[in-house]
Design a protein around this ligand. Structure first.
Ligand SMILES: C[S@@+](CC[C@H](N)C(=O)[O-])C[C@H]1O[C@@H](n2cnc3c(N)ncnc32)[C@H](O)[C@@H]1O
Length: 245
């Protein structure tokens, strides 16, 4: 199957779904190997951004594009959390982890572009390494905004554009030459780990993604570079009043 980046709209979404179905069995292991375990630190940094809100009584979180539920489970340590993803094999692996942990976490099949929840249902909405894969970024952000309660917080963790020149070069070499070779070989996918760096290259940089969040209606939009900007953690708040921040 060809690289999803060669397609648009529903066909691209179908290929992305199939791609993640294909790599689901090795997804967690490769995340740990290819990031030298740093991916878990990135997810914990996202949880820290929303921890205060989640410790409030009755708070609930939604983790969009939850995949195998690594971030969902971290959120579940603080508050009841729902994870949603459109790839069943990823969810099945996540469910096994949920059952082992016994945390108040529930996983559902659903599309980030049409979240199966009413308006203003959650205090916190997160997405880790998923927003780059949705076929309509602005619609996904609008959905995250819709399901947040007024005053609620969104946190978006995503590969971004390194801001340190030497690191940019070194990481670029690793990300485009070494990672695809290992990832494609171990996962036995012809392209999933070639798609990964290519999709990051086409994804908005830190400031541009912040602009998309603002355009979606979020206020107090900020970002923090993690690991020199290899990953960026964006946050935004849904205004308490309908007329703005
Ligand atoms: C790179 S994985 C990230 C998984 C997880 N959040 C993590 O931190 O490891 C991206 C996930 O996004 C999901 N995804 C992509 N587009 C989606 C959509 N439109 N709706 C729901 N899930 C989607 C894929 O199925 C995949 O599980």
């Amino acid at each position: 199957m060809e690289n999803p980046l060669a397609f648009q709209g529903a066909e691209k979404a179908r290929r992305i779904q199939a791609m993640f179905a294909g790599i689901a069995p090795t997804y967690d292991q490769l995340n740990r190997w290819l990031s030298l375990n740093i991916d878990q630190y990135w997810r914990r940094a996202a949880v820290q951004e929303v921890a205060e809100m989640l410790r409030r009584s009755g708070a609930m979180a939604l983790d969009v594009c939850c995949g195998t539920a690594d971030l969902t489970l971290e959120l579940g340590r603080l508050a009841p959390t729902i994870g949603v993803d459109f790839c069943q094999p990823m969810l099945v692996r996540g469910l096994a982890k949920v059952h082992r942990n016994g945390l108040p976490v529930c996983l559902l099949a659903g599309d980030a572009l049409a979240l199966p929840f009413p308006d203003a249902a959650f205090d916190v909405v997160t997405v880790a390494f998923g927003i780059r894969n949705v076929v309509d970024l602005d619609r996904a952000l609008a959905e995250m905004h819709r399901v947040l309660k007024p005053g609620g917080k969104a946190a978006i963790l995503e590969f971004s554009h390194p801001v340190i020149p030497g690191l940019k070069w070194l990481f670029g070499l690793y990300f485009t030459q070494i990672l695809p070779w290992i990832g494609n070989a171990v996962s036995r996918s012809g392209y999933a780990y070639t798609y990964l760096p290519a999709s990051v290259q086409f994804f908005p940089d830190q400031a541009t993604l912040a602009n998309h969040l603002t355009a979606a209606g979020f206020c107090d939009v900020r970002w923090r570079n993690l690991s020199g900007g290899i990953v960026a953690l964006h946050t935004g708040q849904k205004p308490r009043m309908a007329d703005g921040c």
